[in-house]
Design a protein. Structure first.
Lengths: 239, 239
DNA sequence: ACGATCCTTCGGTCCTCGCCGAAGCACCCG
DNA sequence: CGGGTGCTTCGGCGAGGACCGAAGGATCGT
């Protein structure tokens, strides 16, 4: 009567409002202390502590103690992806059609999804990478094409180096606000890091919101630049 | 302090063992009666009825009354996709490393995911379609290529007709046993229907298992169409 | 070494919710 | 129009667990 993995235990963990708030806060990607999470969840410290112990036991979060602080974070990027995927169906099924707060439009525009970019701009980036053939489907996984690798190299991202790590380079992550995928994986992380390093955007403290400067958004809109035929030839002959 | 859709309500619905069993049973794709679901969940009829009322209210399932029977089914294919995605992380985080029953290998081999094929063979099919350039990434969505459309047409699947419906043709769905996507959407449904119509496989009654005949599996292995020499050359030069 | 800060464990209260048996509708059949 | 079947509602029981205040480690600063 029951086959396959048991959904119930995991769902029950995410099913409590306080724990859901904690998990949602952690999608931001940065590790938070128990007190910060208690505040975020709207419960007292002891209550939050109990919840965190449960999440830890369930394998959804991990902890790193540093002095008298304990920094909690999601156990791995897949958890973030699953949570976003849960949000997509919550968005559909929630009865009180999501009373959207003032920050909501900004969240939908651009936000952090654990360690990569999500929202309209995240989805747009993904679409751009597809349209310029920088990435392509390959046997159920997403792959960086040779021309894409050259593109990324020109803007300072070394895909070859990313290949060393065991973590997947490209992974799709379903965007809850756009209902279409955006790019996760180590390449997604590298791209987001570049956006911050270039000063195109900053994080709104304490939220997942990514705020682009006007100039930054202009630069981002045609990034990474498509490789022209001349550069292609140069690069080919150089290699 | 809380932004975005509320995960908690949806997760709480899936967080009860009885309800989780009900939902898992419904991933099979066929609508089941309240009594069948009660049996599946291991609870009495009144209890199941209460759970179903809750799932209905939460928008996770839909019901169609037919005579004195009430047939319950998942509210839409996206729910099935989200549930499979939940299974992927349940598979990772569950403490008692998934005691696999006797049917488990068959489930992993090939199973129904609401209305399309999942498991090893489902993932293999998806990979084959990518490798033969029948489908490709396009702006965050999966698209049927012209050559793919011709391929499908040859085996009796009219993609043009599928385009009439508002339902997306291609959609990726994360496979919990393979941890890599397989094909959902109306094309995925059409492909699965073809598999049954051709007599290559049958459903094991009362389960999600799809049992291929030896001959059927051989035919399926190089389906829809072997790559012609011209396309092969194209791919070779591209790489 | 002392207080301050962060976090957890403990004890106790309260309430939600899962569960069943029995009764009540709704519908089909003879 | 009764009897049988499928499903739901009702009443009551019991357990799990969410919550907080207070107290107990652990660790830093001075």
């Amino acid at each position: 009567m029951k086959h396959g993995p048991n959904i119930a235990t995991v769902s029950a963990l995410a099913g409590d409002p306080a724990r859901a708030n904690i998990l949602t806060a952690l999608i931001g990607g940065q590790a938070l202390t128990a007190n910060e999470l208690a505040l975020e969840a709207g419960v007292t410290a002891p209550t939050a502590s109990g919840h965190l112990a449960r999440l830890l036991d369930g394998g959804l979060v991990a902890v790193a103690k540093q002095g008298r602080h304990r920094y909690y974070r999601l156990a791995n990027p897949d958890i973030a992806a699953a949570l976003e995927s849960l949000m997509t169906i919550a968005e559909l099924t929630d009865r009180p059609r999501t009373r959207l707060g003032p920050k909501d439009p900004a969240l939908r525009r651009a936000r952090v999804c654990y360690d990569h970019l999500a929202g309209e701009l995240g989805v747009a980036l993904f679409a751009r990478l597809c349209d310029t053939n920088a990435i392509a489907l390959s046997g159920g996984d997403i792959r960086v094409t040779p021309s894409g690798e050259a593109q990324f190299f020109r803007v300072g991202i070394d895909v070859g180096a990313l290949r060393q790590a065991k973590r997947p380079i490209c992974r799709s992550c379903l965007d809850w606000s756009e209902r279409t995928p955006h790019l996760a994986g180590s390449l997604g992380t590298a791209l987001l890091n570049h956006i911050f390093a270039a000063g195109w955007a900053t994080r709104l403290p304490g939220t997942r919101i990514v705020r682009f400067t006007p100039a930054g958004e202009r630069a981002f809109a045609s990034w990474p630049a498509a490789v022209g035929p001349i550069e292609m030839a140069e690069r080919a002959s150089a290699a």
